[in-house]
Design a protein around this ligand. Structure first.
Ligand code: MTE
Ligand code: MO
Length: 201
């Protein structure tokens, strides 16, 4: 019998590429929402970037779709313990939006907020470098409403609570401002590889 190194027993199988303390959710994609899934049509969806930027801007659905497309194929990690391998999101890179608004030199952080009021804070650097997206496709199809459709933030190198569903915008700041989960004890940054689950980890 071939036993994978680090196998944790029961139905939880360790596999390479899994951050510490995580398990592979397999084909499941759990829904984690603090809010009721909003009735938000693509026509009503907008995405705004403002705060410490040279030129604040709001994009409509059509305007956002006219931007160069970009996607992510890889893994996602929820702080509750599940990870999902080989997911595919399609949309536009956050670099494209940030290049358009030009953050000021003093800008260091962002608060992402949802059309529902959910918030999550992120270092600006984590939204740069082709590592963050506004996504409206999953596996080549429209993103399901319960997973944040019409569009959500996707920042897969951080715990997935940072990836605000039904994303409405980013406020660019010169300081860190805790979001919904961060005010409730979760980590300011949330790097799964360093197990930054809770404040102080
Ligand atoms: N608006 C909003 N975005 C959210 C959440 C939420 O409750 N509301 N939950 C976060 C958490 S904890 C996770 S793990 C992921 C879950 O996304 P999913 O429901 O598509 O799996 O969304 C994140 N974004
Ligand atoms: Mo989560």
């Amino acid at each position: 019998m071939n036993v994978t190194r680090g196998f944790t027993g029961r139905d939880r199988v360790r596999r390479p590429g899994l951050p510490p303390g995580q398990y592979d959710a397999g084909d499941d994609w759990p829904v984690l929402s603090a809010e009721v899934t909003p009735d938000l049509s693509a026509d009503a969806w907008t995405f705004r970037v403002d705060g410490l930027v040279e030129q604040a801007r709001t994009w409509t659905w059509d305007e956002a779709h006219a931007l160069p497309g970009s996607g992510y194929e890889g893994d996602i990690h929820c702080v509750t313990g599940w990870s999902k391998f080989g997911v595919r999101f399609g949309g536009v890179s956050l670099d494209t939006f940030l290049d358009a608004v030009r953050p000021q030199a003093s800008a260091t952080h962002a608060v992402a907020y949802s059309h529902t009021g959910y918030t999550a804070n992120l270092p600006l650097a984590d939204l740069r470098g082709g590592r963050a997206w506004i996504a409206w496709e999953y596996d080549g199809r429209p993103l399901a409403p319960e997973h944040g459709g019409p569009a959500r933030l996707v920042v897969p190198h951080l715990y997935f609570w940072k990836s605000a569903k039904w994303v409405a915008g980013l406020r660019i700041l010169d300081h860190d401002e805790p979001g919904f989960w961060e005010q409730n004890g979760y980590h300011e940054r949330g790097n799964p590889w360093e197990e930054q689950r809770y404040s102080g980890d």
